[in-house]
Design a protein around this ligand. Structure first.
Ligand SMILES: [Zn+2]
Length: 95
């Protein structure tokens, strides 16, 4: 079983966590000169539905659902399941 090191709770089994997807994908929203957010509609569909399924080292979002309920950014290898790093996501006390 994959063990995920939560910065708050320590090392916990994967089944305490929920997978939140790719942490490197950003929504296609830009700030216009008027201060209104502008959304690229075609790009937004791709953002919602198209995802890579990479092999190897990858940065992902996980939520510690049955623990501290905080969001984490986890860097791991999707083939070997080796974990490289784990930190709180932005807005959860991380950067
Ligand atoms: Zn936790």
């Amino acid at each position: 079983m994959l063990l995920i090191p939560c910065p708050v709770c320590g090392e916990r089994p994967e089944d305490e966590f929920g997978f939140g997807g790719d942490a490197t994908v950003q929504p296609p929203v830009t700030d216009s000169a008027s201060g209104q957010a502008e959304v690229d509609i075609d790009g937004f569909a791709d953002y919602l539905y198209l995802r890579e399924n990479p092999k190897g080292r990858h940065t992902e979002l996980w939520v510690h659902r049955y623990g501290c309920r905080r969001w984490l950014v986890v860097e791991r290898d999707t083939v070997t399941h080796e974990l490289y790093s784990s930190r709180l996501a932005a807005g959860e006390g991380g950067e």
